[in-house]
Write a protein that binds this ligand. Structure first.
Ligand code: ADP
Length: 622
């Protein structure tokens, strides 16, 4: 760990020495074992605080630790060192510490020089000392042990260039203290290896305000690297972490640094040794030495490698590719997603949610499928109804031919009569006019019959129009009446006095009437002629529109009642058993109800009811 140097005042030091000496309680042999840590820099340096926390966390309970600070680079120089030596000599003379910890390179250097006079034969642990620094020293005495570390300036720069592939400029910020200059020198050597990728620019030894201004004007093609600094070009003192904070606050390019104490200041990250881990390692070694393990018997790792540390907020701010972050990196300030924080709960709720969604989707699909099937079935029923109409038409061929023949016959007779009138040579214009009017009327009647028949047979599409039930009945009445006459049956038709408006398909309702009346005609066929009567009526009551077909025929056997409306149920020789089931389908498609009941005077009554609102049935075919 780093240090600088105004001369210390020896008188002040002497005063301090005297105070400590007077205030220190006399040490007794066999008391708690004592670890003395000498830090290179001042006590508030964040790196020292972290190191100290790691060390205390690891030292066994029975060990006490004291901390001293070289205050490098602020204080330096021979007289300061002399005074400090005297101070430490007096302070720790009795009892001497059991283990020394040199925390930082300046501290190790100082203790190697002065240990013989200050703390002879006391084993020493070095910590936070770079391997490159150790190799610049003569071989360490056997009782000086530790795990070297590696400050990774080049690794951090390489990382920055990897995470910002667009970068073409590397801006390096350093200060003016001896330590700062040493870092600058090291960095000037290191940047050479990146010269293919980027141009290096040094903001070295400038006043902080100048540095900050320059950093606030950087473009998107730059990345910044700084180890922070202890002193700027204007002679102001800093701890490197504070310098890094100022730099990161204004820089318009991402800032990287090599010390993990910088994390949280706004820098992105870097390849960093971990000061708390160094403290823990020093504590472990001190514990072993306190236990009497010989320094030479310790098996220590060759080096404590740096590790990538990164501030997640900066990753997002600078839009760094997440995949480029190594798996073993320490990621700081990452806000966990719900899944990361509560994996089980989230997985279970997601599964439940997905199951629910699946279920709902399934139900919706099922509903849609059902609706489609229902629509298809409805369509098929209507098609069947149409087929059945054709069959009914077949049944009625005789009567239809008769219905058409009648007007045709009348036309022929009228034409013959007209011929005779013309042959008579007299002026019979008035009579001829009357004959022509008759011909026209008969022709209209024939074409009306054909028109209705075509409507009944040809139409397949379903309509939803308001129509008057009475006139719908009136339209099929001639055909029904003719058929009844052919069979020698009396047909009575009585319609409601007021209009009875239904909304739906007129032809379908006429088909219902046809089916019911043809069944009724069948039912009375075997009766003596005077009792062969079928009555059709329409009625209106307050909330219903009613169509009734009543006969005095053979009636319905009670055991047949439940299956009367089933498809293919028939008691007739050549019956198809579709008439009633089709009639019920058509009535229900119009929101109505079709029921069969015994006629009190014998025979059967078929009753259709449509609920009404405002005088109109609101329901039509679906
Ligand atoms: P089909 O007329 O081809 O037999 P329907 O579905 O129209 O088929 O009628 C089914 C059965 O209902 C008839 O076979 C008959 O037994 C009975 N039925 C229908 N209408 C009457 C009625 N007015 N009186 C007595 N039974 C009837």
């Amino acid at each position: 760990m780093p240090t600088a140097s105004p001369n210390a005042r020896s008188s002040l030091v002497w005063l301090l020495v005297a105070c400590c000496f007077l205030l220190a309680p006399p040490a007794l042999a066999g008391e708690a074992r004592h670890v003395l840590v000498l830090y290179s820099n001042n006590r508030l340096l964040p790196a020292n605080l972290e190191f100290e926390a790691g060390l205390r966390e690891t030292l066994v309970n029975s060990a006490e630790s004291s901390a001293e600070f070289l205050d490098y680079p602020r204080f330096d120089g021979e007289s300061y060192i002399r005074a400090l030596t005297l101070f430490l000599n007096e302070k720790y003379a009795q009892p001497p510490p059991d283990v020394l910890v040199a925390a930082g390179e300046e501290s190790l250097d100082f203790l190697l020089r002065h240990r013989a006079e200050l703390f002879p034969r006391i084993p020493m642990v070095h910590a936070a000392v770079a391997r490159s620094f150790l190799s610049s020293l003569p071989p360490l005495p056997a009782d000086v042990v530790g795990v070297p570390i590696q400050y990774d300036f080049p690794g951090t720069i390489a990382l920055a260039l990897r995470w910002h592939p667009q970068a073409r400029r590397l801006v390096v910020v350093t200060g003016t203290s001896a330590q700062d200059r040493a870092w600058e020198a090291e960095l000037r050597g290191e940047v050479a290896r990146f010269q293919d990728r980027v141009t290096a620019e040094f903001l070295a030894g400038l006043p902080t305000d100048v540095v900050l201004k320059r950093l606030s004007e950087l473009g998107g093609d730059a990345v910044v690297f700084t180890p922070g600094y202890f002193e700027d070009g204007a002679g102001h003192q800093f701890v490197p972490r504070e310098a890094a904070r100022l730099i990161a606050a204004v820089s318009t390019a991402p800032v990287y640094g090599p010390f993990d104490t910088f994390i949280g200041t706004g820098i992105v990250g870097g390849s960093m040794p971990n000061f708390a881990a160094m403290g823990r390692k020093a504590g472990e070694i001190a514990n072993a030495l306190l236990d009497g393990v010989a320094p030479t018997a310790l098996r220590l790792p060759e080096i404590m490698l740096p590790i990538v540390n990164v501030d997640w907020r900066q990753v997002r701010r600078w839009d760094i590719d997440h995949n480029a972050i190594p798996g073993d990196a320490i990621v700081w300030f990452k806000t966990l997603t719900l899944l990361e924080e509560h994996p089980t709960e989230t997985a279970v709720s997601t599964a439940v949610f997905l199951m629910q969604t699946g279920l709902i989707a399934g139900l919706l699909l099922e509903r849609r499928r059902r609706r489609r099937v229902e629509q298809a079935m409805q369509q098929q029923r209507f098609e069947l109804a149409h087929a059945s109409r054709l069959a009914v038409a077949g049944e009625l061929t005789g009567v239809i031919a008769h219905e058409i023949n009648q007007p045709l016959g009348a036309i022929l007779s009228n034409a013959d009569a007209a011929d005779l009138l013309l042959a008579s040579g007299a002026d019979r214009r008035n009579e001829l006019r009357a004959i022509l009017a008759d011909i026209r009327r008969d022709d209209l009647r024939a074409s009306e019959i054909i028109h209705r028949l075509r409507a009944l047979l040809a139409k397949q599409s379903v309509e939803r129009q308001p129509f008057d039930l009475n006139s719908a009945v009136g339209e099929v009445e001639p055909v029904l009446r003719a058929e009844a006459r052919r069979r020698g049956i009396a047909l009575e038709v009585r319609t409601a006095a007021t209009a009875a408006i239904l909304v739906g398909d007129r032809i379908q309702i006429q088909q219902v009437l046809l089916n019911l009346v043809l069944n009724a005609l069948d039912a009375v066929a075997d009766l003596p002629e005077e009792r062969r009567v079928v009555a059709v009526s329409t009625e209106r009551d307050a909330d219903c529109l009613i169509l009734v077909v009543r006969d005095h025929g053979h009636g319905i056997a009670p055991e047949h009642l439940p299956k009367l409306f089933d498809s293919f149920f028939s008691t007739k020789h050549r019956g198809m058993g579709l008439g009633l089931s089709i009639a019920r389908t058509l009535v229900e498609a119009h929101g109505g109800r079709l029921r069969a009941e015994p006629n009190p005077g014998g025979g059967a009554v078929f009753r259709v009811e449509w609920p009404m609102s405002n005088g109109t049935s609101t329901l039509g075919p679906a």
